[in-house]
Design a protein around this ligand. Structure first.
Ligand SMILES: [Zn+2]
Length: 182
């Protein structure tokens, strides 16, 4: 870089941004290094001003593919229940309808001897279900069931794409009450 070039460095950047500068232009006209520098700056600035919609479809798809979707966790809300409102004891047999954000889901809880059985049906085959962070198997209609030793252990989660819906244990669901009582 010549002494003149150093002196014009920031002024050439200004030229690239469209500022009028006779002296800088004159230098660029007589210096191939700075002419090339200006040309590259102009390409970079033009690309920066390019609207996103102009990005090639394939490029956008590639960039999206590189980004790991961030899972979003929400809690299921109780829409309806067969349990009596305000009942203190947890019944031996309870049906609930849960709002799982994008759909609703019916789940049945039943006390069987020393354990609780939970049976549910996923909103669609696009959903999966997890118990203690382990996937549960479902039948072709999305039905699943599991048994746990205590009502406190009836917590599970249903997942759909990047959405994770935590279903609290039964006693918590019932104590929260229906979110939109009718
Ligand atoms: Zn120069």
């Amino acid at each position: 870089m010549k002494k003149d070039c150093f002196q014009f460095e920031t002024r050439i950047a200004d030229l690239a941004e469209g500022r009028h500068d006779e002296a800088a232009l004159a230098h660029v006209g007589s210096c191939s290094d700075c002419a090339e520098h200006l040309r590259q700056l102009q390409i970079i600035l033009a690309a920066a001003h390019e609207p996103w919609a102009a990005a090639p479809v394939e490029l956008v798809a590639t960039v999206k593919g590189l980004m790991t979707p961030q899972p979003r966790t929400v809690f299921a809300r109780l829409l309806r229940t067969s349990a009596l409102a305000g009942a203190r004891a947890i019944p031996d047999d309870v049906q609930v309808v849960l709002d799982v954000e994008e759909a609703s889901m019916r789940v049945m809880y039943a006390r069987m001897d020393a354990q609780w059985e939970v049976m549910g049906k996923l909103p669609s085959s696009a959903w999966t279900v997890e118990l203690n962070a382990r996937p549960l198997s479902t039948d072709e209609d999305g039905r699943f069931s599991f048994a746990v030793p205590a009502v406190e252990a009836t917590r599970f989660a249903v997942l759909h794409n990047d959405l994770r819906v935590e279903v609290p244990p039964l006693q918590e669901l019932l104590s929260s009450g229906p979110s939109n009582p009718r």
